[in-house]
Design a protein around this ligand. Structure first.
Ligand code: NAI
Ligand code: MG
Length: 372
């Protein structure tokens, strides 16, 4: 039996192209692993009414981790319209399979390293090494939302918060409510992961990105827990920032930062900014990590206009593969892969269209594999 069992979920569009690139590199690495293909994406929504079939969840449960590429998703009406005739009008609702994966496996860390590779013409600066830890399961994206505001909810809010006076007289149909729920352990576990990472990889600071001066209870809880956890890491300094100022500093002096940690929505925002500073979608990979399972992915989507043309930049997918190797404990191999990617970028001979080149997806994969 192989040491690892890894699910491969190419998904839709260029997801298939970049997954083929990852396979070339994985073949070259020769990891002691069984690779198990798993269904996810639009085709399964259309034909089965389910973009993340139960059989995929079962496969994932039997695997150590998964590599996922990209899927297509569409707004409600369009999604319904594309179902096969037998499934139309049954009240099926499309739900993001990524969000469901995060919930089903409690993948509470969204890890997004954004390192500028030397020679990447898309870098904002060449000296950036940012690593975002975004809480992945709670906060504003947990989906506890109301519209219209139910009468019971409204009366409880009015009873417990004097601030509700601001909405007196507004009909409940005219009020929408999205909640931002944090738990203490939810704060602690993302903070712990950020500090552990900073310690392991030698970052001198951890920057907490919140807004405690305004969002007193949730952001406040995050700050209080961060101070307690920071006390256990004397060699690492905790920097506390407000999210609005932080995006300004990330544009002004991004080289000053390293590990950053934030709740779900703020982390989402700063991780897109961080990614753009080092070349954008073609270079942005992320890990969705829990205590016993993880899913690694490029953050780009299925770019349908390029599907099957093998022109997409596979670097993000290869960096996702690198994150997976790190998580599996294959540190040396992960490092070798990162170095091979860096060399190919620095050399600048094999480049996809987004870097001004005319090489294809698999050319880049072969160039990287050739250096390992
Ligand atoms: P997208 O990320 O698929 O593409 C946006 C643009 O970025 C593309 O048109 C292309 O010019 C460029 N691009 C993306 N990846 C690239 C790569 N590897 N190399 C070179 N250029 C690249 O986002 P878009 O167009 O907004 O969405 C397309 C579909 O993907 C939609 O159905 C959307 O819902 C879905 N999507 C899925 C995601 C996921 O699977 N995690 C994330 C974002 C969007
Ligand atoms: Mg993706």
């Amino acid at each position: 039996m192989a040491k690892y069992k890894i699910a491969l979920m190419p998904g839709d569009g260029i997801g298939n192209d970049v997954m083929d690139a990852a396979k070339i590199v994985l073949d070259k690495i020769g990891l002691d692993a069984d690779y198990v293909p798993a269904d996810i994406g639009w085709e399964f929504w259309r034909t089965e009414g389910e973009p993340l079939p139960q059989r995929t969840l079962d496969t994932l449960k039997a695997c150590d981790c998964a590599l996922f590429a990209a899927i297509t998703s569409k707004p409600k009406e369009e999604a319904e319209a594309e179902l096969v005739p037998d499934l139309k009008g049954k009240g099926l609702v499309y739900r993001s399979p990524i969000v469901r994966l995060r919930q089903a496996f409690d993948l509470y860390v969204n890890l997004r390293p954004c390192k500028a590779f030397k020679g990447n013409p898309l870098n904002y600066r060449d000296d950036l090494d940012l690593v975002v830890f975004r809480e992945n399961t709670q906060g504003l994206y947990a989906g506890v939302e109301f519209h219209p505001l139910p009468t019971e909810v409204r009366s409880v809010l009015e009873k417990h918060s004097p601030r509700m006076a601001a909405f007196e007289g507004v009909p409940s149909e005219e009020i929408a409510l999205s909640t931002r729920i944090f738990t203490r352990e939810g704060c602690r576990r993302i903070l712990r992961q950020a500090f552990e990472y900073a310690q392991e990889f030698g970052y001198p600071t951890v920057t907490l990105v919140e807004k405690p001066n305004v969002i007193r209870e949730t952001s406040g809880m995050m700050v209080r827990e961060a101070r307690k956890i920071a006390a256990g890491y004397p060699g690492i300094e905790l920097w506390e920032t407000n999210v609005d100022a932080m995006v300004m500093w990330m544009v002004k002096n991004p080289q000053d930062y390293g590990v950053m940690v934030a709740s779900n929505m703020f982390g989402d925002i700063i991780s897109d900014l961080a990614a753009q500073l080092v070349g954008g979608l073609g270079f942005a990979a992320s890990g969705n990590i829990g205590d016993s399972f993880a899913v690694f992915e490029p953050t780009h989507g299925s770019a349908p206009q390029y599907a099957g043309k093998y022109v997409a930049n596979p670097t993000a997918m290869l960096l996702a593969t690198k994150l997976m190797l790190d998580w599996l404990g294959e540190t040396e191999t992960a490092k070798a892969l990162q170095e091979a990617i860096a060399e190919v970028i620095a050399e600048g001979k094999v480049r996809t269209y987004d870097l001004g080149g005319d090489n294809g997806t698999l050319d880049v994969a072969r160039a990287v594999a050739g250096r390992m």
